[in-house]
Design a protein around this ligand. Sequence first.
Ligand SMILES: [Zn+2]
Length: 696
Amino acid sequence: MTAKLFRFALLAICLAPAAAAQTPAPAKTAEPQAGTKGNEPALPYSPSLDLTSMDKKADPCVNFYRYACGGWQARNPIPPDQTSWSVYGKLYQDNLNFLRGILEAAAVKSSTRDQPTREIGDFYAACMDEAAVEKRGISAIQSQLDAIAKLQSARELAPLAARLQTAYGGSMLFSAHSAQDLDDSEQVIAELSQGGLGLPDRDYYTKDDAKSKETRERYLLHVQKVFELMGEQPEAAKRDAETVMRLETDMAKASLTRVEQRDPYKLKHKMGVPELEQLAPNFDWKAYYQESQYPPIAVMNVTSPEFFKELSARLAAEPIADWKAYMRFHAVNSASPYLSAAFVDANFDFYRKYLRGAKEQQPRWKRCVSYTDRGLGDALGQAYVAKVFSPELKASTLDMVRRIEEAMGQRIRELDWMGAGTKKEALAKLDGIRNKIGYPDKWRDYSTLKIERDDFAGNMERNAAFERRREINKIGKPVDHGEWGMSAPTVNAYYDAQMNDINFPAGVLLPPLYDAKEDDAPNYGDTGGTIGHELTHGFDDEGSQFDAKGNLKNWWTKEDREKFDARTKCVADQYAQYIVVDDIHINSQLTLGEDVADLGGEILAYVAWKDATKGKKLESIDGLTPDQRFFIGFAQWACDNQRPEDMRVRAITDPHSPAEYRINGVVVNMPQFQQAFSCKEGQPMTKPTEKVCRVW
Ligand SMILES: [Zn+2]
C-alpha cells in the first residue's frame, strides 16, 4: 500500500483495497492472451460478456444482479484461502499466477539480469526462502524489541516511535506522512493522522452489540497469544493484552469516524510545530521529527487534533511500562506476516480466519508475489506491462476515456437544475482532470534500496523505510503529477481529489473487464462504467468540494449546492434501506460517494456508448439486444460471492456498497434499463418516475 492511501478518505477507490490485495484461484479458461513467448503461464481469457455467468431462470426485472451473475456465483465458490471471491479478485489471482512466472525467472541468479529484474528476483527469492525465515524467528526484529525494553520515560518514546514507524509503517501510535496542502494542491506539507489501533476501525472499540463484544474478546486472545509467542508467561501476557486494549480503546474513542473523515473540512487543521507542541505537549515532537529526518516544517496539517490531544494526555497519565507493552505488541504484530510460522499463523488466525472468514492460509508464493507487487510495484510493473499491455490497448482505452469525458461535458451543459455560473466551474473542473492510463510515464527507481537475498524481514523493513523516506522527501517540493498510487498489475482504479486525476492501472483494463475481442456494448457497460465512476468521483458529495486545481474551495452557488444535496440525499435514502448481512443496513453516509459514482458512471457510459455507435446498425447477439448486452456487461464486473464474516467487516470499513446493490441500486434509477428488459411498473427493478434518483 502506498503512502498516498494513508489519507484514504480523500482518495476514491473503485473497489475496497482489501479486495484487490487478496484474491487468487485456479484459472479455468485456457485460451492464452499474453505471455506465450516466455515460460510464464499465460493470463487466461474470459470474455467481457459471459453467457455462462448468467442465470437465465432469474427474472431481470426482479433481481438483475442474479440474472447477470447467478451462473458465475454457482460456478465460483469462494476458494478456502480467500475471504471473498469476485471477478476482480479472480483476475488479480490470475495476475499473481502470471507474475509468479516473471518472478521465478527473475529470481534465477545470472550476470545478465538488469537492475529491476535483480531487485524483484532477489526480493521474491528472500520471501520464498522459508527455511531461512523459520531459522531466524523473532530474532529478525530483536533490535527493535531491545530498543523498546530500554525505554525509560514517555519523553523518550518519541524518537523510538519515529524509528518503529519507519520500520513498520503507520500502525504505531499514529500515522505521519506528507500530503498536498488542502488549500494549495501544488504544495506538499507534513501531515499527522490518527492511527495506532489493532482492530480495523475505531467502531470495534466503542460499539456494544454482541458481535462487537465477541470481536473484542477474540482480539484480546490474539494480543495475548502474540505476547506468549514473544516468550511471556500466560498470566503476564493476559495482563499486557488488557493494557493494550485499554490504551487502544482510549485512542479509538478520540478518533474520527469514517463518515466524519469524508468531510474534508473536518480534516483541515493547519498549524506549525509550536502549536502542535501546545496541542500534544507530552510527546517530544522535536525529537520525533529530527529522528525521522524531516526537512524544516513551516506548516503542517493535523487531520484529527482531538486524537493527538488524547494521546498526549494518555502518555502523561499511563505508566511507561504500559506503553512499552503497547509498542512491543504493535512492533511484533506488524512484522508477524514476515516472521516464522508461529507468528504468521497467529496473524492469519485472527485477521483473516476469525475476522474475515478465510478457511486456509494462502500458499507462500501468493503472499510473496503480493509483497513484491506492493513493495516494488514499479519494478515488477515494468515487466508486467511489457507483456500484457500493448500500445494499441492503451490507445483504445484512452479513446474510451475521452468519450466518457465528452459525455460528462454534455450532461453538465444539459442539466436543468444547475445555474450557468456553477456549470462553468464544473466544466472547468472536468477540463482540468488528468487521465492516467495503464502505467506511469516514469518508473520509480529502487536502486538505493538494499535488497538481500537471505533477509526477508530486513527487506520488508528497508522497503518500508525507503517508502517513508520518499514520502518525507516530498515535503516542501512541488507536486509530482506523474506519480501513481497503485501498481500497474493492480485490478482497481481511483480518483484523487487533490490531484484531480483518474487512474486506471493496466490490471483493470484486461479481459474480462475490458475485452478487445468483444463489441462495444459490454465494454462500455463494464469498463466505460468504471471510467465514468472515477470521473463522477470528482463530482460526488466529497469530490465536488474540490476545484479544478484540486484545492478545497467552494465553486458552487448556494442555491445549486442545495439542489445537489437534495439529489445526493435521494441516493443516500435509497441505499440506507439495503441490508449488508444479518440485520446490518448499509451505512449510506459512508457509501454515498461510491453510490453516487456508480450511478453517475453508468449513465455516462450509456451516453458515451450511444455516441460511439451512432449511425452503426447494432445487432442482437445470442438472443440479447445491444442494450441488454450493455447492462449485462455492466453487471458482470461485479459478480461475487461473500463470506458473512467479511461482510461484517466491510459494513463498518468499506465505503462501497455490497456488489449486488452496486448493480441493482443503479439500474432501478435508469429508465433505459427498464426499457431494455421491458420491466413493468411495480416490479422490484423499477421505481415510480418521481422517485428515480439522478445526481448528474
Ligand atoms: Zn469509487
